[in-house]
Each structure stands twice: as C-alpha cells, then as structure tokens.
Design a protein around this ligand. Structure first.
Ligand code: HAM
Length: 450
C-alpha cells in the first residue's frame, strides 16, 4: 500500500467540515476588516527564502523542501507566506497603489520538521499582512483581528504575549549585550547554537534545546535595550490594544524564529486541557526592513499567521460546539427504473431550489436505503413509488418529528420550506442569524453575538 508522506494529513469527512468552517470564518472576518485575498505560488526561487527569512534561521537551514527544476533552477516549497507576499508586492509594484496594502491568504506551506501533534511537514496557514504603514494602530489591529478570529470560532482562554525587538539601533545594542552574556557560557551551548553565536545570537533564545536552558534564565531581554523611540512605540501599541479591549502580557523572551522581525513581535496561545501547556496557535510581528531587503522601496509592514491544524486541534481540545451542518435536507428513495428516473429529475429540481439533496446510487433495497438516509442524517425522506407518481403525489417523512404525509408533487418545495423553518425555530431560539444553528445555549453562534 502506498501511504502518505510523513507529516502530511488527509483531511476528509467531519474533519474537513471543521477546516472549511475555520476558513469561512477567516474569510468573513477579513472581509469585514477590508483585507483582500491574495494567492502566491506554492514554490518560489530558493533565494527568496534565504534572503527573506534569513540564512541562519532553522527554517532555512534545516526545514525547507528544496529542489532543482528541469531547467536547473533552485526552487523551494514555501515554508511560510510572508516572503511570497512581499515578493509579489514588489514585483507587481503594489507600493504605487494607495497604501497600506492589506491582504490575507490561506494555503499550504512545507517545513521539514519532526512531525508531532500540531507540527506537520505539510501545514496550512491562514495569515494576513499590512504593507505600507508604521503606525502602531496597524500592529494593534493585526493582533486584535487574530484574537477576534479565534473568539468567533468559539475558542476560550486565549492569551496574547507581546514583545518588542525595537528598531535596528535597539536590536544592535541588545545583540551586543546578549553576546557579552553568552560568550562566557559558550561551552554549555549545543553545536547549532555555537554556530548561531557567530551568525545570529538571537536565534539561541528560540533553540529547542538551549532555549529553556538554566543558564539562559538570567540573560538580558530585548525590552531593556529599547531606545527612546522604540520604547514609546511599544507603549503606543499597548495603549491601542487597551482601546481595542485586547488583553495581553508582555513576554520579553519572545524573539521569533525568523530574521525579518523588528519592533512588535507576538504569539497567541490557547489552553488545551488535554495537552500539557498552552499551545501557540498563531504568531506574527513587524518586519519593516524586508521589502527593502528584497529590492523594493522602504516599506514598513506587519503580519500574522496561524496553523489551521493547530486551530482545529484547539477546537477539539476545548470541545467547542461548532454550528456545522451535519446532514442533508432530503434523501430520495425509489425501487424501480421509472421511479429512479423521476428521482434523478426531482433531485436536480430540489438542488436548484437550494436544498441539500442526495439519492440512492448503488441499487440498495428499500430497507437499506432507510439505513443510508439515517447515515446521511437526512431531515426528510422522499419515498417514490410508481402508483403515487401516477397520481402526482409523493410520500414524505420528517425524520425529526416523525410526521409522514402524502403530498402533491407541486407542493414539495413549499412543504419542505415550511417544515425546515418550523424545525429550526424549535431547535434554537438564540435569535442569531446563523443559517443552521443546531446547538444548545453554549453554541458558538451565541458566542458570536456576545
Ligand atoms: P511562524 O511562527 O513560523 O510564523 O508560524 C505561524 C504559525 O503557523 C504558528 O504559530 C503555528 O500555528 C503554525 N505553524 C508553524 N509551523 C507549523 C507546523 N510545522 N505545523 C503546523 N502548524 C505550524 C510565520 O510563519 C510568519 N510568516 C508569520 C508572520 C506573518 N509574520 C509576519 N507576517
């Protein structure tokens, strides 16, 4: 049997519905905030990621899927979305449009990581970027959008951790202080970190081996090395977060694993009862130097990304009830050839009128068709028989109320409409505008309206 590659997943069935639901919520929120959808290639030239994300980062040194194409060009499957968006911003001269450019994406990324729960080699991220403003309101907006998406999904115990790396001057001063602290401890570092010490000591704080090391406990923090401008900027960000009602804590240890960040960096975690720690489900930060570094005009930017598998994991761990339709409106049943032909016609008519309809396809007995309808969780059964059809009638059964009727074919749509509305009213009186609110009082529709 050929199996899927390690670290990849087949998303199907109920799981696929949860993924789609997450993506729909993201689309809806992004539209409200006036962010435009962008699709960039899944592979780009290797150079983009080396120059963009940084030669000394784990992602670039250890985790990229690199290949040479048939014309000997060096290509890389994108490990994240920001570098591609920035490349597109420059290549398509979006900087000459009115700024800021606000865009969002949702797509697969590839990182050769050690697969584990919530860590995949093929991962799907949704993310958004704001290109062309340095105002801290955009930092606060990006953070609050992320929080709002998670809240809309019904997640609880969301914690936002923010930090500032400061501007270049602050970063340089911090780098010097960090080097002074690390040099005497050089021997305690893992082999990778010994290399990082030469190229990019900040990366050591992110190291999966040394990052939590005892000797790093007393190491200097970025906050202590912010110059006046950077400090003021960070204070402004905090005041905007307060205005937007976003609760946060300052975590001076956050430095982030990609080279392009300066000023604001942040991570968002949620409590997952079944897993030991609060897990990071999304992260982002400001990257004012990247556009210029990749050959464009000096353009300040900020963005965020979140792994959908982690969000789905959090929804499951927190047992969030999602208003996901699980079932169909109508299942059409028949026995003979004449009824089958009518079923084909009727199915199309009902579908075109907006109902979710399925019918028998595999020649099951009538008894087995009842079971199939049950598996599909069909709200109504339309049972065709030739005699009724000759009289212009069909049998219809409401599987929720158990009501059975024989009705004139021309009234089917009207009948279904009426009964669907009645049954929905009975199901949930939360008053939300959600099409199919199927849960009790703690459903996430209610969450949306709070
Ligand atoms: P990142 O921290 O590398 O940042 O990834 C962002 C999020 O993607 C993580 O918080 C996590 O939810 C998810 N993620 C990362 N790696 C994996 C994995 N192997 N499996 C599953 N999920 C994963 C970035 O990617 C930046 N581009 C974010 C950004 C946008 N910064 C500015 N703009």
């Amino acid at each position: 049997m050929i199996t899927k590659p390690k670290g990849t997943s087949d998303i199907y069935g109920k799981e696929a519905k949860i993924w789609k639901y997450v993506e729909e919520i993201v689309d809806g929120v992004m539209e409200k905030y006036n962010y435009n959808y962008i699709r960039t290639p899944i592979f780009e030239s290797t150079e983009l990621f080396h120059r963009g994300i940084g030669d000394s980062t784990d992602i670039v040194t250890k985790e990229t899927y690199d290949f040479t194409d048939r014309a000997d060009r060096k290509m890389t499957l994108r490990p994240e979305g920001t570098a591609g968006v920035v490349r597109s911003f420059i290549e398509n001269k979006m900087y000459s449009e009115s700024l800021p450019v606000k865009c969002y994406y949702n797509g697969t990324m590839y990182r050769y990581e050690r697969p584990q729960l919530g860590r995949d080699r093929e991962l799907t991220q949704f993310g958004f970027e704001v290109l062309g403003t340095d105002d801290p309101i955009s930092d606060a907006e990006v953070i609050s959008i992320a929080v709002n998406i998670y809240k809309m999904l019904g997640l609880k115990d969301i914690s936002v951790e923010i930090n500032s790396l400061g501007d270049n001057e602050s970063r340089d001063n911090y780098r010097k202080a960090l080097l002074e602290f690390l040099e005497p401890n050089k021997d305690k570092l893992c082999d990778d970190c010994k290399e990082r010490l030469k190229k990019n000591p900040l990366r050591i704080l992110d190291c999966k081996i040394d990052g939590d090391g005892e000797f790093l406990k007393g190491c200097p923090t970025t906050i202590d090395y912010l110059n006046e401008d950077s400090k003021n900027r960070f204070e402004e960000l905090k005041s905007y977060l307060d205005i937007l009602g976003v609760k946060y804590v300052v975590n001076p240890k956050i430095v982030r694993g990609l080279d392009y960040y300066n000023h604001t960096v942040f991570e968002i975690k949620v409590d997952m009862p079944g897993l030991s720690n609060a897990q990071t489900i999304g992260a982002g930060g400001r990257y004012n130097g990247l556009v210029k570094q990749l050959g464009g005009p000096d353009t300040p930017c900020i963005g965020f990304a979140s792994g959908i598998s982690r969000v789905v994991l959090a929804l499951k761990e927190q047992e969030v009830k999602l208003p996901i339709e699980d079932g169909i409106d109508v299942f059409i049943m028949y026995v003979n050839e004449e009824e089958k032909k009518y079923a084909v016609y009727l199915q199309q008519e009902l579908r075109m009128s907006g109902f979710n309809v399925d019918m028998e396809y595999t020649g099951r007995s009538l008894k087995a068709q009842f079971k199939q309808a049950d598996r599909l969780n069909s709200h109504f059964l339309l049972i065709l028989n030739s005699e009724d059809l000759d009289n212009g009638e069909v049998q219809i059964k409401n599987t929720r109320t158990k009501q059975e009727d024989k009705i004139s074919i021309e009234y089917i749509m009207y009948y279904l409409d009426e009964q669907l509305v009645d049954d929905e009213d009975e199901h949930c009186d939360c008053g939300c505008e959600h099409d199919h609110c199927t849960c009790g009082d703690d459903c996430s529709c209610h969450e949306h309206h709070r």
